[in-house]
Design a protein. Structure first.
Length: 271
């Protein structure tokens, strides 16, 4: 049964696209067990904010097509990954409601994209979480020329959608400095990554959302952990959609390539 009135939003660190096939990644198994262990309710539809769709203005993919295209927006990976498909239905009604919610909250311009399917920041985690691909999905873009508070407010505007069973997921990465990744498996975590990741966890678990919105000033190694904010802003959207006194919980934590954190969080709206 579809449940009305969700209290939860999520931030998922999707790490590397190889999450789609690599059985050695703990985050893969976490996402596969998501419905069983973390969130068993069936949402009416899914709104996902991925770090891989940047636009000048908030944009929704409003497709009435029965299935969304699977966008393979990554290069030089193993061939089987390019054959993967996630044929989820589009959610045009949800796209319109997202647009209305944002416009009524003061976001003056919200665009509709009638062609774009799901990028790997959206379909890779969803393929593991909801493998049947039978829940309608709408994707919302991020604006990398704006700040974290802007994205938090974007999330706040989306909060009412939860009342109708819409599952809001931010998909990015708790740390995302691709130049600093190392292929060694010595298990050593780069100190800057560990410091930032620990600061983020402590800030979230203690409800210091304002600090997380001001991470560039407040966090240790903020610019090293996120040289570009694209993979961090989805967290601010999920956090904003949960509301001011929401409770944050770390639901998964693992590392790969010495500096890529797969920390994922659940935000539960305060009643």
């Amino acid at each position: 049964a579809i449940v009305m009135g969700l209290k939860e939003t999520f931030f998922i660190s999707h790490g590397s696209p190889t999450l789609s096939i690599d059985e050695t990644l703990p985050a893969r198994h976490f996402l596969q067990s998501f419905r069983e262990k973390v969130f068993s309710q069936r949402p009416s539809s899914i709104l996902i904010i991925s770090g891989h769709w940047e636009t000048a203005h908030p944009t929704v993919n409003a497709l009435s097509a029965t299935t969304l295209d699977t966008i393979h927006d990554f290069y030089g990976f193993p061939k089987p990954m390019y054959k993967l498909k996630y044929p989820a239905p589009g959610a045009p009604q949800l796209a319109m409601r997202v647009k209305e919610a944002l416009v009524s909250s003061g976001f003056k311009r919200v665009d509709e994209d009638k062609k774009r399917g799901l990028d790997h920041g959206a379909w890779v985690p969803l393929m593991l979480m909801y493998p049947e691909a039978d829940i309608p999905v709408c994707q919302l873009s991020i604006q990398t020329d704006r700040d974290a508070t802007y994205h938090y407010n974007l999330g706040k505007a989306l909060a009412p959608l939860k009342d109708d069973g819409v599952l809001i997921i931010g998909s990015g990465s708790a740390t995302h400095n691709l130049r600093a990744l190392r292929r060694s498996n010595d298990g050593c975590i780069a100190s800057w990554a560990l410091e930032f990741d620990t600061w983020l966890k402590e800030s979230l678990l203690n409800g210091r959302y304002e600090d997380v919105n001001q991470y560039e000033e407040k966090a240790p190694n903020g610019k090293v952990a996120h040289p570009w904010p694209d993979h961090f802003y989805p967290l601010h959207v999920a956090m904003g959609a949960a509301g001011e006194n929401a409770k944050a919980e770390l639901i998964h934590h693992s590392w790969s390539l010495n500096a890529l954190s797969y920390a994922s969080y659940k935000f539960t709206t305060a009643v």
